[in-house]
Write a protein that binds this ligand. Sequence first.
Ligand SMILES: NC(=O)c1ccc[n+]([C@@H]2O[C@H](COP(=O)([O-])OP(=O)(O)OC[C@H]3O[C@@H](n4cnc5c(N)ncnc54)[C@H](OP(=O)(O)O)[C@@H]3O)[C@@H](O)[C@H]2O)c1
Length: 306
Amino acid sequence: MKRILLLGKNGQVGRALQTALPKTAVVMAHDRTTCDLSSPDHLRRTIRDSRPDIVINAAAYTAVDHAETDPDACFQINASAPAVIAEEAKRLDALLVHYSTDYVFDGRKPSPYVEGDAPNPLNAYGRSKLQGDQAVVAAGGRHIILRVAWVYSATGKNFAKTILRLAAERDELRIVSDQHGTPTSADQIATATSSIIEKIINSRRLGADHHNGVYHLAPKGVTSWHGFASELISVAQQYGIAMCVQTNHIIPIAAKEYPTPAQRPGNSVLDTTKLQRELGVSLPDWRESVRAVVVELARPTERTAA
Ligand SMILES: NC(=O)c1ccc[n+]([C@@H]2O[C@H](COP(=O)([O-])OP(=O)(O)OC[C@H]3O[C@@H](n4cnc5c(N)ncnc54)[C@H](OP(=O)(O)O)[C@@H]3O)[C@@H](O)[C@H]2O)c1
């Protein structure tokens, strides 16, 4: 049985992974109380004691705006810790699955980003994640870096939950419409990760070094934050969630009308051709998971109440 070490088990992706990972593997899952990424010694000891075949790092400092005034903590978790994880994974010849972000790009490209496009992050979070990606590659071990964007789920803090809360309280919302990307549910990321891992476990060819590297992972389609919010609210109404705002009162605005501490890219769209071609993974249209997440939020369960 393969041994999988999962770091960041309580994050959006971490939680979804606990459900999605292959049942044929032994999963050793940690949160910050059992493995703190800000302590390199603790991190090394956890990895060495666990003797994993696969390490999945779903832990990260994801508070994009806070990172502007708290860069040391952000770089510690997103850049220094992945370097330690990658070094230890290499020592054990374990495969490291790590997550990256669309925010490594500046968004000035007029078409979807491919893996080989030059990064140029606009904010501290993006710079820290890029440094983490570079450290994983530099360690020289077996690795898959899945670059994802606009992550949301029925748990945790995310744009989707904030919008649905505001839409239930206010009769007008003003949402940025000149930043484009593809909303991606944590469940989709976890299912795709699990399928990639299963393929690697079952196929010597996929385990070969030439599959090392960065892969863009996103559903099909493109929207703006305004388009995402409009879809969320319309689906929520279909599922009987009480909304205060009417769809014609969701006002599109320019990003410059909603200034934030961290600058964000105008184009976050990721080209996923490489993932499909080399690892046989492709995701459906982004709207499908909006429905799935809203259904989950509409259902009063222990999970959504968390
Ligand atoms: N969220 C997005 O929109 C987005 C977009 C692009 C890429 N990504 C990337 O996707 C991956 C998964 O993101 P996510 O949305 O699942 O993030 P998330 O929900 O913010 O979860 C991150 C997890 O990391 C944990 N963590 C933070 N500091 C830690 C530390 N010192 N030691 C141990 N654990 C620590 C957090 O623990 P606590 O719960 O205790 O704070 C949290 O459970 C990350 O690599 C992220 O950079 C995310």
